[in-house]
Design a protein around this ligand. Sequence first.
Ligand code: ARG
Ligand code: ZN
Length: 423
Amino acid sequence: LLAIAAASSTAAESSDQTLYQGAQVLKLKLKTDAQKTLIGNLQSEGKIEIWKRFSNGMVVDALVISSALTAVKDQLRKAKVEVQVMIADVAKTIKTHNPTSDVKRKQTPMKKGAKIKIAEIYNLTFTQYNRLSVIYGYLDFLARNYPAFCTVQSIGTTVLGTEIKMLKIAGSVQPANLSLVIDGGIHAREWISPAAVTYVIKELVENRTLYEFATKLDYYIIPVANPDGYEFSHTSSRFWRKNRRDPTSSCPGVDLNRNFDYMWGGLGASSALCSETYKGKSAFSEPESQAIRDVMTTIGTSAKAYIAFHSYGQQIIYPWSYKALLTNDSADLDKMGKKMAAAITSAGGPAYTVGNAAIVVYLASGVSDDFAKGGANIKYSYTIELRDKGASGFLLPASQIVPTGKDAFAAVQAMSLELIAGA
Ligand code: ARG
Ligand code: ZN
């Protein structure tokens, strides 16, 4: 029996509890350009931190720390902005959204001939957001127990020297002529993304024999593409987004999803080190984005699809993102996107909006899906923003991991079946 000690303290650290005590997330409904300007000013003055924009920027979810709350609400009221309180106490919600257990993790030995429930044998739980070591331990466990089709590869090390692990789930017909690349956790605070991708892995491995497509497809899955950022968001700062480049600088981190070499440094990316969308020193300056690039480019022509899982907003978006412009095969991408959205609702999930990234979300340059399409020539390239639609945002309760994992798996399965059918 192998016992893996659970991290004794997860959830938020005390600094977060101090910083976000009494902080709120507000949902702002705008009607005029003047109101939009006000929101932009509040953001550049550092009085609000924007989590998400919907409806062409007319709906904005914004975090306001307690010391700024009265003044900000005052300004919003004077400008006649409609304000809804989305999260009434951020510190409290940080504490409660990820209930942790102190239960020691134990692996149950596998019984010969038993119907495999690999996640149970590893004692993997989807009722809480797992730490990096638990997710990596699961990948290694799969590789040990299913060496015929599961391999763990180290695809690079981060700026802090942390391994970036990828699980390859190989089809039984080799060489496969179709490959699907999936990543999660490019943005640290979007905890549902690694969780949902881990759920996808569990489904693909446990039900491998049930899915005909698994025989023809190779999956290359990186559940935590920004492991340093992910851990930092668990131990120190819940809403950390970037990687951990230069941790001792006053503004550490590069936005990995602005660091890819396709229209790098264009609109929707920042040159300011302190910005949440800081693009980095140069395209692919970061080992984490390099690692994803190398996976995409070394697979070669069998690479047919790429999905980057992010949160939140329930959106399935496709290139281009650097400009409100469609690719010349955009009809194919739209059709595939709608198949994935339909599969999610058929599986009991909620509606996901399908469309062009720049139009549905906002302009962003140097993103991974633009690179997959334009730099690595992967036809079906998507970013999927998982749950929710702006109720809990990044603080999605852990009880939503399984249902959201089902959304992600439904999308991956629909994509796989379409590729097999010769999309
Ligand atoms: N959360 C994502 C980001 O800001 C939004 C998607 C950007 N667009 C894209 N096509 N990836 O990076
Ligand atoms: Zn993201």
